[in-house]
Design a protein around this ligand. Structure first.
Ligand SMILES: N[C@@H](CCC(=O)N[C@@H](CS)C(=O)NCC(=O)O)C(=O)O
Length: 215
């Protein structure tokens, strides 16, 4: 059955791979599943056809036969459950990998999104400069703990898993801030994720979309 995902017609990041379709592309590349992409404009994302797929009017979405999903974490989890390569077979190891998926999206990503919001939407507020160090410190607190847990391991818990895929994707959002460089083990972890052939294919695919010439 054909898998179709949605992605920005033009990503606001211009092809840095930070839009969440890259996470889904990466998961599909890791498990070797071909997929098609339907590009949507910001306007189309808020219209009924797309709202039927995602009530919040966002990308990415995932369609496969009768199944339609939104929420990147649910999509990556679905891919990982259906195809070998992203979740261990051992029940406890699998539970750990799923735990790390939630940790990435629930514990690490929220303070990082706080920084994105501070930079993009609050920069002109009179209190912006005063608040920024607090926002960064909240991220540092999480990165310190994550870095301590990762230690010298290659991946978070045994073999590369969907937990690593989401964690690396989330941490990539920090690159421009310089915060990642304060934690060399995490910077190395992210670099290992980016070096995976599946990530490189996913990145190249989104880059091709976002750097194509206008018709
Ligand atoms: N929690 C959602 C967040 C989805 C999300 O924020 N998507 C962004 C692109 S990465 C989007 O569509 N932004 C446009 C908008 O919200 O209008 C998920 O993980 O899928």
């Amino acid at each position: 059955m054909t898998i179709t995902i949605t992605a920005f017609d033009r990503s606001p990041d211009g092809g840095k791979g930070l839009a969440r379709d890259t996470r889904v592309r990466w998961a599909l590349e890791e498990v070797g599943q071909p997929y098609e992409v339907r590009l949507v404009s910001f306007k189309a994302m808020k219209e009924p056809a797309h709202l039927a797929l995602n009530p919040f009017g966002q990308i990415p979405t995932y369609e496969e036969g009768d199944l339609s999903l939104f929420e990147t974490g649910a999509i990556v989890f679905h891919i990982a459950e259906r195809h070998p390569g992203l979740l261990p077979r051992d029940a406890n190891a699998r539970a750990h990998a799923i735990m790390w998926m939630f940790a990435a999206l629930n514990t690490i990503e929220p303070p990082i999104l706080g920084l994105v919001t501070a930079r993009l939407m609050e920069a002109d507020k009179p209190w912006a400069a005063e608040r920024l160090p607090l926002v960064k410190d909240r991220i540092r607190t999480r990165l310190e703990a994550l870095s301590a847990r990762l230690g010298g391991r290659e991946w978070l818990d045994g073999a590369f898993s969907a937990g690593d895929l989401l964690m690396v994707s989330v941490l990539l959002r920090l690159r421009a801030s310089g915060l990642l460089d304060e934690f060399p083990s995490l910077a190395g972890y992210v670099a290992r994720g980016e070096a995976r052939p599946a990530y490189r294919r996913a990145f190249a695919a989104q880059l091709a979309v976002n750097t194509r010439q206008a018709p």
